[in-house]
Design a protein. Structure first.
Length: 144
């Protein structure tokens, strides 16, 4: 059985380290983790946290309206490809829409482009490099 709920920044750290920071010196802690309007969501399977994402209010000049940046999106390796990332993102979009969000954007790893494309996210601009992590594109989705 799965459930999705709000979690604390600290709850994301273990999965961030293993799924997103393996072999890197980059910190698993992020600026904005503890801001009042930041939302951390977790998907649990049988009480095991297997998928995480964090949403931080952050505006880019090239988008209009209230914007949240998605950061730290990751599914535990053994649980990838089961639809959990998609479930978490759909729940997040509903929640953020109810908070007045108009755009969700992220710096998407090139290996995850198809995941975001399937959720309706579009690329904005050119590829750029994030040291240690690799090539990224800005991707965004306008919420209804
Ligand atoms: C990207 C990631 C978060 C997706 O989570 P997930 O729970 O596996 O996603 P889902 O099972 O909901 O997959 C949805 C679709 O995206 C596709 N997809 C998932 N991960 C993908 C990847 N790494 N590359 C390409 N496509 C991917 C799947 O093919 C799936 O489509 P399908 O159902 O038609 O086959 C997960 O693979 C992950 O944690 N990757 C490592 C960390 C990472 O790159 N995070 C993103 C940082 S920007």
């Amino acid at each position: 059985m799965t459930r999705i709920s709000k979690i604390k920044a600290e709850d994301t750290y273990k999965l961030r380290k293993t799924v997103l920071r393996q072999g890197m010196t980059l910190s698993h802690k992020m600026d904005g983790d503890h801001k009042v309007d930041t939302v951390h969501l977790g998907l649990f399977e049988s009480d095991l946290l297997v998928c995480i994402a964090s949403f931080m209010k952050s505006s880019r000049d090239d988008f209009k309206g209230t914007q949240y940046q998605l950061r730290g999106m990751g599914t535990s390796k053994a649980f990838q490809g089961k639809g959990y990332g998609t479930m978490l993102m759909k729940k997040a979009e509903k929640l953020l829409t109810s908070k007045g969000a108009e755009v969700i954007w992220c710096n998407a790893r090139v290996n995850a482009l198809d995941f975001y494309r399937k959720l309706g996210y579009e690329i904005r601009g050119e590829v750029f490099d994030v040291p240690q992590v690799g090539p990224h594109f800005v991707m965004f989705k306008k919420l209804a």
